[in-house]
Design a protein around this ligand. Structure first.
Ligand code: G3P
Ligand code: MG
Length: 343
């Protein structure tokens, strides 16, 4: 019975913990599995000494695909189930904006996929830069338009139509066209193209970015520039042209709005796994980027684990944003150490 009560205590402790995983640089590199990620998830999915599931959510600054499509893809790569109800990508919390804006310009991503994402979020009138180029190709003088792009775009007379907000969902595939169109809209009268605002601030439509990472680990040997770099460039151009700062809203890690959203997702996922909608006391964030995963987790009172399989390539710990639980060679070591500490 002593053994039984030790076991019961361990189960109670296990029910009071959860994990939040970053994806790129922790579990995968692009489409390639980081092998320790598969084992780490198997352990949390029940292959552990207690035989119970330990709740975990995925909190990524990744973007550009509908949630279901991305979860299907990740389930295959990780060889473990990834459910949309335990999954937050950078633009997921932006679905709340659908009740504020009708007509929006959605920027970034491959082809027309981000239009699809925005429509799934409930935005009623989703415009993408190609719709505008198809209406007036002189807006983007260096742009070459393919037949496919022409066929897929939805042109209309944008000089008779106000766009209410700009939502950058994912990485721009064509900085020149996207920055030009965003700038035209920011300088217009309330989002109407072919007009120029008399006052750049009071008549400017709002702009939102789904995440702020400057760098993103990819298959390339050194990280590539990400949406944060695009935003910084745009802000500098806007300031140079108008003399005023561009006000903007950024989502994603390490922004507070995203962590609040993660709390809600975590609580309802706890209910799915343990039958009670309650936040656990011990949450472990495992990330590779000190400037987003670790700083955000530290601010939010989570235990932070920094791994060496992604952006971070420094010494003992990051100097500016040290992980409070430690630095680990990979995600499996981090998960095992956290489990040893708690159970
Ligand atoms: O920076 C872009 C994105 O790919 C990062 O994803 O999973 O590391 O937050 P993640
Ligand atoms: Mg990462």
């Amino acid at each position: 019975s002593q053994i039984q009560s030790i076991e019961t205590k361990k189960v109670l402790k296990a029910k009071n913990m959860a994990f939040a995983f970053d994806i790129d640089g922790v579990l995968v590199h692009g489409d390639l599995l980081i092998p320790e990620g598969k084992r780490a998830l198997e352990i949390l999915n029940g292959d552990n000494e207690l035989g119970i599931k330990i709740p975990h959510i995925f909190l990524t600054n990744g973007s550009g695909k509908p949630e279901q499509a991305r979860c299907d893809q990740l389930s295959k790569i990780l060889q473990n189930p990834v459910n949309t109800e335990q999954f937050i990508q950078s633009h997921t919390p932006m679905s709340a904006l659908a009740s504020y804006y009708n007509s929006v310009l959605v920027v970034g991503g491959v082809g027309y996929r981000c239009r699809e994402v925005a429509e799934q979020y409930g935005f009623k009138d989703v415009i993408v830069p190609n719709d505008i180029v198809a209406w007036d190709s002189t807006i983007a003088p260096y742009r070459e338009f393919t037949e496919y792009e022409k066929a897929m775009s939805r042109p209309r007379d944008f000089s008779k139509h106000n766009i209410e907000a700009i939502l950058v969902f994912s990485d721009s595939r064509d900085y020149a066209t996207d920055i030009q169109i965003i700038m035209d809209l920011l300088l217009s009268e309330n989002g109407r193209l072919k007009t120029k605002a008399k006052d750049p601030e009071s008549q400017r439509i709002p702009i939102y970015f789904s995440q702020g990472d400057l760098l993103c680990p990819t298959e390339h040997w050194t990280p590539r520039m990400s949406q944060g770099a695009f935003r910084v460039g745009l802000e500098a151009m806007y300031k140079a042209m108008t003399g005023v700062d561009l006000e903007r809203v950024v989502y994603g890690k390490p922004e507070l709005a995203t962590y609040k959203y993660a709390d809600e997702v975590m609580a309802s996922w706890m209910e799915q796994i343990h039958g009670e909608e309650k936040l656990p006391e011990n949450i472990y964030m495992i990330g590779d980027n000190p400037a987003s995963d670790i700083i955000g987790g530290n601010m939010y009172g989570w235990n932070t684990c920094l791994v060496r399989t992604g952006v971070f390539q420094g010494g003992d710990n990051d100097e500016n944003n040290p992980a409070n639980f430690g630095v680990f060679p990979n995600v499996l070591e981090a998960v095992q150490t956290a489990l040893r500490k708690e159970l």
